[in-house]
Design a protein around this ligand. Structure first.
Ligand code: 5GP
Length: 209
């Protein structure tokens, strides 16, 4: 029988360090599959099409919306971002754990659909620290930084939508904490599979009482 894969959703205000944390997770958990989102924003210098995102035009994105290709999509900072069914279905069919990075709007859409997943939110240590990190990243214009800081406040206020809230003080530690969450979720009783017939029989007897 195929093991049960779990879907993990990760959100964080822009600049919190989510991408770095996810890179560490990729190295430490080679079996964890990452969903590659579609976006209409331009690739950053170090980003690769098909690995970081599928970079597509607005027209193509809107066509995909029309044809229900996305399990969720949102407009974030004037660009479209979306998770295609195609990007997660094959992993789920194989019984793999899947990690989806999305913003709060996307997480809300999935909650509305009662989407079965574990929702993890990463917070920066403070808004001041977030601003420092965003500026030192040197990837956004001044107005984009201001936009991102403004939406961060709104996002932070919605962190209670999530099952787990972590503060990213140190990226390695945050990655380890996420690994702990992943391990703990696999130990839930719903996923327990008896490892011997005597245990199975005993548990079945209990359940029939
Ligand atoms: P960035 O442009 O910095 O890569 O991402 C901007 C925001 O879009 C981040 O909050 C990121 O989590 C979010 N995002 C990335 N992919 C998706 C997606 O597929 N759906 C939604 N709703 N948000 C996404």
């Amino acid at each position: 029988m195929q093991p049960n894969g779990i879907t993990f959703i990760i959100s964080a205000p822009s600049g919190t360090g989510k991408t770095t944390v996810c890179k560490i997770l990729k190295n430490k958990l080679p079996k964890l599959k990452f969903s590659v989102s579609h976006t209409t924003r331009e690739p950053r210098d170090n980003e690769i099409d098909g690995i970081d995102y599928y970079f597509i035009s607005e027209n193509i994105f809107e066509e995909k919306i029309k044809h229900d290709k996305f399990i969720e999509w949102a407009k974030v900072y004037q660009y479209y971002y979306g998770t295609a069914f195609e990007s997660i279905d094959s992993h789920k069919k194989n019984g793999d754990d899947v990690l989806i990075e999305l913003d709060v709007q996307g997480a809300k859409s999935l909650r509305k659909l009662n989407y079965e997943a574990i929702f993890i939110f990463i917070l920066p240590p403070s808004l001041k620290e977030l601003e420092i990190r965003l500026r030192s990243r040197n990837t956004e214009s001044e107005s984009a930084i201001k936009d991102r800081l403004e939406s961060s406040k709104n996002e932070v206020q919605q962190c209670k939508l999530y099952d787990y809230i972590l503060t990213n003080i140190d990226v390695e530690e945050t990655a380890e904490n996420i690994i702990s969450v992943i391990k703990a979720e696999h130990l839930r009783k719903e996923l327990y599979k008896p490892t011997s017939l005597d245990l199975k029989n005993l548990i079945d007897q209990m359940e029939n009482h």
